[in-house]
Design a protein around this ligand. Structure first.
Ligand SMILES: C[S@@+](CC[C@H](N)C(=O)[O-])C[C@H]1O[C@@H](n2cnc3c(N)ncnc32)[C@H](O)[C@@H]1O
Length: 410
């Protein structure tokens, strides 16, 4: 039976939530919506009273595609909501913070995306998965991806025709590099000699910089270089990179400001050197990262670059073996950029070592707030938080935060 309900808030996934709770995707706080209750959701939702923040989605694929969650809300609303998510997470831990105005990456700026491709009777279907479904939606006019990435979807289709199946879905990660397209595929058929030769031919025909299949490099026609400051790094296939160059620049600018004139910096969860290499222009850097293939890439990038200060790398699991106070005491500044789980063990050691400043970059406000509480209870001041939205129209929230020992200031 159809029911009318009022949405009271947005959840962490960007869904509207009404008392119950009932989760209503694509509804906004204050809206009255109608639909048929199904468990804890509302089917066939219709907006009865729209929010003043409701807008026409800028992308024509939004109705079917699951790539974006918040295109029905104004940019100003999404910006305020993301700032509020951070404020609420901190306040739940009893931590206060000054939030700087949000930095949002422009449309069509994503430099990497994983495209799903399935073989069909007629050919292939390539795009993003639909909302909460395994149906693939084609996205020829996607407003998220850099046009050069969008133009590469035929590459994903050609790869699926050759190495995909009609049962499985091929995951094709496309990354823009300085030398062209860097492509990494998983979920396809196993490699053998003739198949590898055919894949290499596709790399040639489409002018790919590199093609990797299930982590194995099949063709490397040009080094798929990413530029970090003065250094050129060739990341291992599929390795982590910030989602947009614009977002990376905003995070780096915040990190540089926090690190200031520090002479010895530890960059923890360093990846391929997004922060380490630019920081090495003015400071000696020790970069620690769990994946040895990434520290190797970082080290090689540093060795080939000119004019950088000393940089050392260490492959180490920072959850199990965080840097200890004896190792941390030589640094004037520490940069932390952990995965979603945060950096609980490492932060505990930081509270013992007490480096003067900490730049904490986070992709999860909840674990960030937990770690921020540990730092502030140990005598650090949270000077400011810069929210950076490189996943516009999604519920994802990222930030950079400045901590300093209370008597040092920041
Ligand atoms: C959010 S990424 C940041 C990478 C880098 N700072 C950048 O901006 O490109 C998190 C990094 O932490 C690494 N990582 C994940 N778990 C780890 C662990 N237990 N110990 C050390 N590094 C880990 C990942 O491989 C990844 O490179």
């Amino acid at each position: 039976m159809t029911q009318e309900i009022t949405i009271t808030r947005l959840g962490h996934q960007g869904d509207g939530i009404a008392p119950g709770p009932i989760y209503v995707p694509r509804a906004l706080p204050g809206e009255v919506v109608s639909g048929t209750p199904e468990g804890d959701t509302l089917a066939e939702m219709q907006v009865v009273t729209p929010s003043p923040h409701r807008v026409s989605p800028p992308c024509r694929h939004y109705r079917a595609c699951g790539g974006c969650q918040l295109q029905h809300a104004s940019d100003a609303f999404v910006a305020d909501w993301k700032q509020d998510v951070v404020r609420a997470a901190l306040s739940a831990q009893g931590v206060e913070a000054a939030l700087r105005p949000i930095h949002t990456s422009p449309p069509r700026s994503r430099r990497r995306a994983t495209i799903s491709v399935r073989r069909t009777k007629k050919g292939t279907l390539a795009g993003f998965h639909g909302r909460a479904s395994d149906v693939i939606t084609e996205i020829p006019d996607c407003q998220l991806l850099d046009p050069a990435l969008l133009a590469a979807i035929p590459v994903a289709q050609a790869l699926a025709l050759l190495g995909g199946s009609r049962k499985g879905v091929l995951a094709v990660t496309l990354t823009l590099s300085e030398a062209g397209l860097d492509v990494s595929v998983s979920g396809g058929k196993p490699l053998d000699g003739p198949f590898e030769a055919s894949l290499a031919l596709i790399a040639e025909q489409h002018g790919l910089a590199r093609l990797a299949w299930e982590g194995e490099v099949i063709a490397s026609r040009h080094s798929p270089v990413q530029r970090f400051g003065k250094a050129n790094v060739v990341p291992p296939p599929g390795a982590f990179l910030q989602a947009t160059k614009d977002g990376e620049a905003a995070l780096l600018s915040a990190v540089r400001e926090i690190v200031g004139s520090a002479k010895r910096v530890a960059d923890l969860f360093a990846g391929c050197g997004t922060f380490s290499l630019p920081l090495a222009e003015t400071a000696e850097v020790h970069a620690v990262e769990g994946e040895a293939s990434m520290t190797t890439a970082l080290d090689q990038g540093w060795r080939r670059a000119q004019g950088l200060k000393r940089l050392s790398t260490e492959a180490r699991d920072l959850f199990r073996r965080p840097l200890l106070p004896d190792e941390l005491r030589r640094f004037d500044a520490v940069v932390l950029d952990p995965p979603r789980a945060g950096a609980e063990a490492q932060v505990t050691e930081l509270t013992r070592a007490k480096p003067p400043v900490i730049a904490y970059v986070s992709c999860n406000p909840v674990t960030f707030a937990r770690d921020a509480k540990t730092l502030t209870q140990a005598g650090y001041r949270l000077n400011w938080v810069q929210v950076v939205d490189q996943f516009r129209w999604s519920a994802h929230v990222e930030l950079a935060a400045s901590f300093s020992l209370a008597h040092i200031g920041g």
